[in-house]
Structures are given as structure tokens and as C-alpha cells.
Design a protein around this ligand. Structure first.
Ligand code: NAD
Length: 321
């Protein structure tokens, strides 16, 4: 029973090394030094021309940065360019950009089927389908094609940047650039450093995010990063509340809008994100941390099984038909 109730102190040597580790960790995110000045990014390659890839290309092109977008599907490339044009038309209508800015931005984007185009880029952002095996293959391919000094980034919502980096011969130059949907509207970019990512790479990514008018937040690689780690459990808890009969979905959303000043209630937000996407992120958190506090709400699982995925299927916690 000796020592019970007493606060146990770690040996001085371990306390010191813990402090040193913490210092090293934070220092790795600092933006100092001349080396980073060499990492000026002039041309950006984007792999995957879907919802996110096209939005990311638009953001870079509007900032005057030469951009090349590539996709395995010709139809995706065509759709991506149409989406970009239509999005900029809306921005013109709202007087956020001028028609001349649109013309200049479109001229700054090249759409190419052949992934070899990444060879001339300073940064390549992978924004392909969320599938680990596919992304690992793409990273190996990009590593072989891109210049040795180029940075390779992923827009993944849930996969480990450390694992993607390990698939390349340049792990220090691999980083997560997590944009939010819709990219032209959303101000945040999470800059995710894997265990191997260098301070120079993180600093260059942060500066670049600022150049395109976004606010970077630096995050250590971890399941869900920051936003999804906090947002998705809140939505999941709202689903538990519905199942318990705590209040109706409309009442829960009203309470959170008025009581927490959220622009959208958690259940309407879940419908917008897609119940399948919410479930997938909760599964990543649950498996990543092995902590039961992240277990997906059984009602969420059941609704996904029923095909009630939210807005995209016309039915979620609310009806859209
Ligand atoms: P999407 O399905 O709209 O687009 C994916 C594109 O990748 C498709 O056009 C597909 O043809 C292409 N693709 C597949 N394999 C390819 C390959 N080998 N080479 C080149 N292109 C390939 O998906 P999305 O919603 O744009 O998501 C893309 C990434 O962004 C995912 O990792 C996702 O987790 C992440 N993300 C999505 C959101 C969102 O709200 N949709 C938000 C943040 C991050």
C-alpha cells in the first residue's frame, strides 16, 4: 500500500527528455530559416478533378498560380472544368470577382489526362477518391514522376499522412493539405504534418495557403485531424439524442442554432455532409483511437443501411423531396 495517494514523479532524466520532446515537436512547426525560402511554389499539380480537386484548382488559379489538373476519367476532367467555370460565374454575379479575373484564372488552369504533367510542378496535391490502396499507388507514382525537390500533398479527410509519406522516398516533403467543401468559400486549410514531415515543408504549405487567401491551421497527423475530430462526434451525439427521444431532429437543430450560435444544426449538417461520410469518419476515429466514446450511433448505421444518406438521396434526418 506504500505510496498510495501520493503523486508519483517520473525520474528527473525522463522528465527532462519529455520536455525536450515537446520542445522539438513544437519547434518542428515553426517557420524560420532561409532554406524554406527556396521552396517557392510557382506551379501546382492536382490529381483528381472531382468535387475537391476542381475547387482546389479554382482557388489556386484565382490567386494567379499556374495549375494543372489531371484525372483518370476524361468525363471528370470535363465536369471539373465546367464546375469551375460555373462557380466563377456565381462569384461574378455576387461581385466577388470580375469577368477579367475569371478569364485570367481559366487561362491559368490546364486539364490533362496524362499524370506525367506533374513532372513540371513544385507541389502536387492528390485529391483522388478516398481509398487508401489507391492513394498509396498514386503517391508511389507521384514520387517517381515529380521533381526530387517537389512537395507531395494529400487532401485526404481521414487517412494517415505518415503512412502516405512512408510510401515515398521523400517522406519529409509529404504533407496533408485538408481543404473544406466548397473550397472557394471555405477559409480553412488544415496543414497536417506526418511524423516525417519537415518544418520547411510545413512552412511552405502554410505560406501557400495564405497566398491563396486561406487561413492555415497546423495539425499533427492524427485520426480526424482537428475539425472532423471535434465536429463528427458532436453530430454523432445528436444522432444518439434523436434515438433516445431527447427531442425531435428539428428541435435539436433549433436548440443548437440558438443556444450554441451554430449557423446550421448538427442534423441538417449531417444531411449535408452525407450520413455515409459521417459514419466513415466515426469509424476512422473509433478504430484509430480504440476508444468507445467514438462508437457510431446505431441509428446512424441503420439509416446508412436504409440508404437514407441525407441531401444526396433526398432523405436523411430531414426530407429534401
Ligand atoms: P470525388 O469522387 O468527387 O472525386 C475524386 C476524383 O478522383 C474522381 O474524379 C476520380 O475519377 C478521380 N480519381 C480516381 N482515381 C484516380 C487516379 N488514380 N488518378 C487520378 N484521379 C483519380 O471525391 P472528392 O469529394 O473530390 O474527394 C477527394 C478527396 O478529398 C478525398 O480524399 C476526400 O476524402 C477528400 N475531401 C473531401 C471533402 C468533401 O466534402 N467532398 C472534403 C475534404 C476532403
Amino acid at each position: 500500500m506504500a505510496g498510495r495517494g501520493k503523486k508519483r514523479r517520473r525520474p528527473r532524466r525522463l522528465r527532462k527528455s519529455g520536455k525536450r520532446l515537446r520542445r522539438t515537436f513544437w519547434r518542428s512547426f515553426e517557420t524560420t530559416g532561409a532554406a524554406m525560402e527556396n521552396l517557392e511554389i510557382r506551379k501546382v499539380g492536382i490529381v483528381g478533378a472531382g468535387v475537391m480537386g476542381s475547387g482546389i484548382a479554382q482557388a489556386f488559379a484565382l490567386a494567379g498560380i499556374e495549375t494543372v489538373i489531371t484525372d483518370v476519367a476524361e468525363s471528370a476532367l470535363r465536369r471539373g472544368m465546367e464546375t469551375i467555370s460555373a462557380s466563377m460565374d456565381r462569384m461574378i454575379k455576387k461581385e466577388k470577382i470580375t469577368p477579367e479575373q475569371k478569364t485570367r484564372a481559366l487561362a491559368a488552369i490546364a486539364a490533362e489526362r496524362d499524370v506525367q504533367v506533374v513532372a513540371g510542378c513544385d507541389l502536387v496535391i492528390e485529391a483522388a477518391t478516398e481509398d487508401e490502396r489507391l492513394k498509396l499507388d498514386i503517391f508511389r507514382q507521384l514520387d517517381a514522376l515529380a521533381r526530387p525537390d517537389a512537395i507531395l500533398a494529400s487532401n485526404t479527410s481521414s487517412l494517415s499522412i505518415t503512412r502516405l509519406a512512408a510510401a515515398t522516398r521523400r517522406p519529409a516533403q509529404v504533407i496533408g493539405l485538408h481543404f473544406f467543401n466548397p473550397v472557394p468559400m471555405m477559409a480553412l486549410v488544415e496543414i497536417i504534418s506526418g511524423l516525417q514531415t519537415s518544418a520547411e515543408t510545413a512552412a511552405a504549405a502554410g505560406r501557400l495557403a495564405q497566398r491563396i487567401g486561406k487561413t492555415p491551421v497546423k495539425v499533427r497527423n492524427s485520426p480526424g485531424f482537428v475539425v472532423n475530430r471535434l465536429l463528427c462526434p458532436m453530430i454523432n451525439e445528436a444522432v444518439f439524442a434523436v434515438a433516445e427521444g431527447l427531442a425531435t431532429p428539428a428541435e435539436i437543430d433549433e436548440a443548437m442554432k440558438l443556444g450554441a450560435n451554430h449557423p446550421l444544426g448538427p442534423l441538417a449538417l449531417c444531411d449535408l455532409i452525407g450520413l455515409d461520410v459521417e459514419l466513415a469518419i466515426m469509424q476512422v476515429l473509433h478504430e484509430g483511437f480504440k476508444d468507445p466514446k467514438y462508437r457510431p450511433a446505431p441509428l446512424l448505421v441503420e439509416m446508412v443501411e436504409a440508404g437514407r444518406l441525407g441531401r444526396k438521396t433526398g432523405q436523411g434526418f430531414f426530407s429534401y423531396v
